[in-house]
Design a protein around this ligand. Sequence first.
Ligand SMILES: C[S@@+](CC[C@H](N)C(=O)[O-])C[C@H]1O[C@@H](n2cnc3c(N)ncnc32)[C@H](O)[C@@H]1O
Length: 270
Amino acid sequence: MVVLRSPVRFRFTACNPEKVTSRGIFDNMRIYTDDPTNEYVRDMAGRLICDITDKESDIAEDELHISYVAGTLSLVKGSLTLTGELESRRRLSKANLEKELVVKACRIRNHEGSIRVVDATAGLGEDSILLAAAGFDVRMIEYNPVICELLKDSMKRAADSMSGVISRMSLSAGDSIEVLPTYEGWADVVYLDPMFPERNKSSLIKKKFQLLHNLESPCASEHELLEAGLAAKPKKIVIKRPLKGPYLDGVKPDYSYTGKAIRFDCIIPR
Ligand SMILES: C[S@@+](CC[C@H](N)C(=O)[O-])C[C@H]1O[C@@H](n2cnc3c(N)ncnc32)[C@H](O)[C@@H]1O
């Protein structure tokens, strides 16, 4: 049984496989594990509608599958492995956090108390952990059930060593286009980082992230996502884009923070 000692919060309620745009992952993805009776693995197999096997030979050489071995969840295909790694973030030192553009972009001048951010495209939580470590309260939404599981697993593993940071993060499974409006009254900032087409072509994509592209398609609902963000009535919407990428839904931001390869566009709703 999995025992959570730290206050990790998950809400696995709103996930609707019909809505998931990933490519056929429910048809054939299997879970390989060295612990087939583990309650956590069995629950996950139920949520993902996946079969479990404890025989490595059952998995074809190039088969995209989930692996739960030695208490760690990964997405695996051939020699590529993707594991959520919130704990090993070297960028979490206080000095570095103040330089992170995502942190600067999400700050609100003269705001009293912690700033509440809805990360509506959570992915593996790499931006969210920076925000939580910088003191923001972060609610993450992720609609791909497998990515959600990878993120949940990395939060669980990080909960002991980083309990303070992890306790400022919570994760919901669901489509932000439907869920974001329910954050009206809570969200100070809505953060959006939908996948952009350029990432698919980029030769700079890290090897491990190539695996994510088996599950994720470029965002085809930019207008709906931005409208849902506005419906949450935040003080600010922050959007991560490639440095030279087009504005999300063609909407010109009020201002941007630019880095070497990425840009954070900030929209102040009026
Ligand atoms: C580029 S990744 C985000 C990476 C993330 N910022 C990080 O630091 O790890 C985009 C993620 O948003 C998710 N996503 C895209 N549209 C969504 C939506 N409408 N609702 C919820 N999640 C969505 C995708 O499944 C994918 O995991």
